[in-house]
Every structure is written in C-alpha cells, then in structure tokens.
Design a protein around this ligand. Structure first.
Ligand code: ZN
Length: 557
C-alpha cells in the first residue's frame, strides 16, 4: 500500500471512498519513538494517542483526507520542563498543519501562477479546494529561491501605482531571470542591495541620475552601461517633443514631390489669417487651456478621481480624461478648410491688388457694391498677408517684423493632414528603404523643412548607431565610438536646442553611453520582465502588497 501511496513515516491501514469525490486514508506513525523538541532526549514511553486530520494531495480526481493516529510521548529528562511531546512527521506535515507539506506546496504553486482568486477557482476544480486567502498565505510560505550570485544585472523602474510611486526591478542579465523587487527607486535602496552582492561587475540602467548614483555608491567597481533600449526611447522622445512644438508649421508643408497637388490657382490653402487682436485672444485662450491641462495633470497625479477633478474645475469628464492622459497639451487636429463668403470675390481682389490698391476700406466698399455681404475686417485679413508695405494705421512697434500667426503660402490645394508627433517620431528614425510608399512620402514632405530635416537626420543617425550595436547589428565597437563622437560634434552645433540639450546629457553620462556602444549588455529583457510584472500586478487587483508581488515574481522566475 505504501508503495502506491507514499506516506513517509507512516503506515496506511485502509483506504475507503467517502462519497463520490472523496477518499479517506487511515494511517498511523511508525517510528519507534520520538525526541523531545526542548531537550532533545529520545523517548519511547507512550503517554497517549490522538488523531490529526490533514488534507493531502488528491488521488484519481478525488480529494484526499488523512486520518492520522499519532502518539504523545513522555519526556523522561528530569531537568526538562516539558512533560510530554507529540510525535513529529517532518517529511509529511508541519506541527499543527491542516494540510500535508506536498499539498501546501501544490496549492502555493498554483497561487504563484494565478494569484489568490483565480488560484482558488482552479484548485476547486482540481480537488484541492481552499480559500483565496489561504492560497495567498501558502504563497507567502513557499521558500524563496536563492539564485546564484549575479555578475551582470539590469536595473529598471516600474510603477507600483502609476504616476504616484515606483519600485525597482533587478534582473540577472546572464541567466535572464528576475532577482529582486525593491520598494522604491532611490539611490540609497539600490546601493544597499548592490553592497550585499559584491560579485556584480556590470550594471545596465536607464539614464536616470538616481540609479547612476546608487550604482556608484553600492558597486563603485562595476561598469555602468546606459541601456540601449532607453537610449533609443530617449532620442525618440526628443524628436517627438520637437515635432510637437513645430507641428503647426510642418502641417503647412506642401505634399512631397511625387504626390499630385491638383492645383487650382488662386484657391486658398488655409484659413484667412487672424488679426493681431484675434491672434492675441487665441493665444490667451490657449494659455488658459494649457494651464487647465497642467492643473488636471497635477490633480490626477496627486490621486484625485477624474470625476472629482471635473466637478472641482467645472470641466467635462471627457476633457478631464483626455488631459489626464496627455503628457503635453493636446494639439488640436487640423480642421478641413471651410468655404468663406469672400471666396467668390478673390479673383477680383487679386486683380485690384495687382493694380496697386492696398487700401482695405476702399476694396471692401467696391466688393460691397458688387454684393459682398461681409464686414471690412474680412477684406483686411486677406490684405494683411499681401501688403507690400505696412498699412498707415499699423502702430509703429508692429511695423518692423512680420505679423504673428500662420502664413498660408503659395497657390495649391490645402496640404494633407500630418500624422501625430509620436507617429512622426517613429517614422523618422526608421530606415527609409523599409517604409511603405505613403510613409516615405510623409518623411520626404517633412524634409522640405530645413530644421526638420536636420533634427530628423541626427535622430536617425543616432538610432542607427545604437541599433548597429544591438542584436543583429553589424557595427563594430570602434566604428560605433567614432560614429558617436562625430554625432556629438554635429549635435552640439546643430542650432536646435532640444538636440543640443540631449547631446549635453549624453556627454555627462559619457562612460555609460560609450559602454552601451562597446559592450553587449542591454536591458531589453528587463523590459520583458517589467511587462510580466505588470501582468502579475493586474491579476492581484491591487490587493496584495509589494511582498506578495515580490514573492510571485521571484518564484515564477
Ligand atoms: Zn525534554
């Protein structure tokens, strides 16, 4: 019997079915005696017998309950304070446990994979039913693996609660497994962790100065490697920010060559330019909305609910949600060009302007006589873009420079809409040969803008440099270093502040950035671990604390 149903330290007396889904096993301990847990002296003097009823692993789809007859022994040591002690069955179950060790481990493993609620549901179907809380308690009871001392680790942050608190994950880059989770992302915590693991020679990290400091403190001898994945993300962010600022200008670029423009001479390609007063009012409105956006972001980051923010600020919930999730003030989409009551009169106006008439009021009177129902202001708007000299009524301080506001230029159709800055940033760093024709045309269109061409060119060169050293890259370390120096020199003198700032940051982090281009270490897999971590976190519905999350991460590794 014991060969079929191993029950270490016990002898099985009988196995009886007990209802359709239940098996009852009667057994008793077989050791000749026991040792007092206090003084350690052996004893065979039986004081009494009693029953324990632990659950065990299921058998043939049936839940198993064991009725275990165990003995209580006398301790005969006169110097010992203990009079009697219970028989121990260490291979089978812990003192006072209500399930055998092997069942506890099976239920705990299910909890590691699925968490408490889903784990309890699965265990019910596996004839090992227990509560979600017990599953979590058993996960806490599983011994943590003791990984071999790592030599190369990747460090990255992850959101405990997005926008509010962040933790740190450490990954063994050689063995590709999570090593630990830390409760914050401060230099002190990281330094402490590293100090306990002196064998670490390489630490790959993002570009945060806090981690850099932590590594310098905790593992001063280790080589710091700026992670290639983050370097690529950084350069794309720089490009995206620049594009967001320049988007209004870039939207007015004509389509690239090769795209038919089907031009109608004299037709407008944009709205009539606003007057200075209108532009100032528009800028004022925009500034107020930007301020509202920032206030929404601030409140959201502080944990206020969207609905509460909407009520407090008198905004629509949809607006609050949009703002809360937009990193920067959302750029309004371009509207399709709407017809104007001035359109039928444009040919006449062009002809009068060609004759040299720049008097807006006189032009308006002529149009009104011809049936134009609008106000003089509309004629002034049209005229403002075409004047060869400032109007006599223009105040002196505005006469020197060009007036503010968008300047629709040249005849032709209104240019097609431009993709979002994020999408453009992605397009611009791709190898042009790999882009589909429509995307390649967008890139060609943007390159008509000299600054855009320069920023995009630098971003792509940097991307190629970093990718060239990644998996499947063909760039040698020396060529990469030379490429980096040349790139830094060009970026420093690009005249674009965003790029110059990025280059200065790279130089400050010089050793780690050079290591990114000369060593194979990178945090790509750490990102994968963070993704798994997010999955675990979602499964637990935010109920379990960091300790349980850490256990599940390390046990699942
Ligand atoms: Zn004793």
């Amino acid at each position: 019997m014991n060969e079929l149903c191993p029950m270490p330290g016990c002898s099985i007396e009988r196995i009886t079915p007990d209802g359709p889904g239940y098996l009852h096993i009667a057994a008793h301990g077989t050791r000749p005696g026991g040792r007092c847990p206090d003084c350690g002296r052996a004893s065979r003097a039986v004081h009494s017998r009693y029953h324990r009823r632990p659950a065990d692993l299921p058998s043939l789809g049936r839940a198993v309950g064991v009725e275990l007859r165990v003995r209580r022994f006398y301790c005969r040591n006169a110097a010992c304070a203990r009079r009697t002690f219970a028989e121990r069955l260490p291979e089978l179950l812990a003192p006072r446990a209500r399930r055998t060790g092997r069942l506890a481990e099976a239920q705990g493993r299910v909890g590691v994979a699925l968490g408490g609620e889903a784990g309890a549901r699965l265990l019910q179907g596996l004839a090992m039913a227990t509560s979600a809380d017990t599953v979590l308690r058993l996960v806490r009871g599983l011994p943590l693996p003791e990984p071999e001392p790592p030599r190369a680790v990747g460090v990255d942050d992850w959101a405990l609660r997005k926008g509010r608190s962040y933790g740190t994950i450490l990954v063994d880059l050689e063995r590709r497994r999570a090593l630990d989770l830390l409760p914050d992302r401060t230099a002190t915590t990281l330094a402490e962790w590293l100090r306990c693991r002196p064998g670490i020679g390489v630490v790959a990290r993002d570009r945060s100065t806090e981690y850099a400091r932590g590594i310098a403190l905790g593992a001063p001898g280790a080589m710091q490697v700026a992670d290639r994945w983050h370097l690529l993300a950084n350069v794309r962010q720089v490009l995206e920010r620049w594009l967001a600022a320049a988007h209004a200008r870039l939207r007015r670029l004509p389509p690239g060559p090769g795209i038919p423009a089907d031009a109608r001479p004299g037709a407008r390609i944009g709205p009539f330019r606003r007057t200075r007063a209108e532009a100032a009012a528009r800028d004022g409105r925009r500034a107020r909305w930007v301020a509202l956006h920032e206030e929404v972001r601030r409140r959201h980051a502080a944990g206020e609910k969207l609905l509460a923010i909407a009520r407090a600020m008198g905004l629509a919930v949809g607006t609050v949600r949009k703002y809360a999730h937009a990193e920067s003030f959302p750029v309004p989409e371009t509207r399709p060009l709407r017809p104007s009551i001035l359109d039928p009169h444009l040919a006449r106006l062009e002809a009068r302007l060609a004759e040299g008439c720049e008097n807006g009021l006189a032009l308006w009177r002529e149009l009104r006589a011809a049936g134009f129902p609008g106000a003089a202001k509309q004629v002034h708007r049209w005229l403002a873009e075409r004047r060869t000299a400032p109007a006599r009524t223009t105040p002196r301080e505005w006469r020197a420079g060009p007036p503010a506001g968008p300047t629709p230029a040249g005849p032709g159709r209104r240019p097609p809409a431009l993709p979002s800055p994020a999408r453009l940033a992605w397009l611009l760093v791709q190898p042009p040969a790999e882009l589909p024709a429509a995307d390649a045309a967008v890139v060609t269109r943007l390159r008509q803008d000299r600054e855009a061409a320069s920023v995009a060119g630098l971003a792509r060169r940097f991307t190629e440099l970093v990718r060239g050293r990644g998996a499947g890259g063909k760039l040698g370390p020396d060529a990469a270093l030379a490429g980096l120096e040349a790139w830094l020199a060009d970026a420093r003198t690009s005249g674009v502040r965003a790029v110059e700032t990025f280059a200065a940051g790279l130089e400050q982090d010089g050793a780690a950035v050079r290591a990114a281009l000369t060593t194979p270490w990178s945090n790509g897999q750490t990102e994968g671990q963070v993704t798994r971590l997010k999955l675990l976190k979602r499964q637990m519905y935010g109920r379990a604390g960091l300790d349980l999350l850490r256990r599940r991460t390390l046990l699942a590794a």
